[in-house]
Design a protein around this ligand. Structure first.
Ligand SMILES: *[C@@H]1O[C@H](CO)[C@@H](O)[C@H](O)[C@H]1NC(C)=O
Ligand SMILES: *[C@@H]1O[C@H](CO)[C@@H](O)[C@H](O)[C@H]1NC(C)=O
Ligand SMILES: *[C@@H]1O[C@H](CO)[C@@H](O)[C@H](O)[C@H]1NC(C)=O
Length: 120
């Protein structure tokens, strides 16, 4: 009885998590703090390509420019319906003054990510 209850709760949690991720592939790294500000906002769009995975890199700051201390990186999936891609930080990032973000599509899908970088 108790066992069944635990199972149902766990199942509900797993299903809930799947349903959330099935809709949007948003990624939130770090968190905003007082007096930080938006230091770069970029939209990265790639069309889908049959059976292919496409990858794009986003660098902050631009070459030769000074970067602010990064507090948060918010990646919004504008494709939705579970077709959005994946985002990861491959170098630098939170607490650093530079970052490189890798954006990847799911196989056979495109991407439409809005990336917001906050720093202080
Ligand atoms: C933000 O980053 C993108 C990609 O590196 C770049 O093309 C754009 O010029 C940057 N915008 C600003 C305001 O620095
Ligand atoms: C990051 O900070 C270090 C130490 O303050 C500085 O030497 C470096 O030039 C900075 N890099 C960028 C990209 O702003
Ligand atoms: C960025 O800010 C964090 C938190 O305030 C701090 O620990 C870190 O040393 C800072 N990094 C740089 C490069 O200023």
């Amino acid at each position: 009885m108790k066992f069944a209850t635990v199972f149902v709760v766990v199942l509900a949690a797993v299903l809930g998590a799947c349903m959330v991720t099935a809709q949007t592939h948003n990624y939130f790294f770090g968190s905003r703090i007082p007096y930080d500000s938006l230091v770069n906002q970029t939209t990265v769009i790639q069309s889908s390509s049959f059976l292919r995975v496409k990858s794009a890199y986003l660098d902050y700051p631009l070459k030769g420019q000074r970067g602010r201390n990064i507090t948060a990186i918010y990646v919004y999936d504008r494709l939705g319906s579970g077709r959005g891609g994946y985002a990861s930080i491959t170098s630098g990032g939170i607490g650093k003054n530079y970052t490189r973000i890798n954006l990847k599509t799911q196989r056979g899908n495109g991407m439409n990510f809005q990336v917001e970088i906050y720093g202080r």
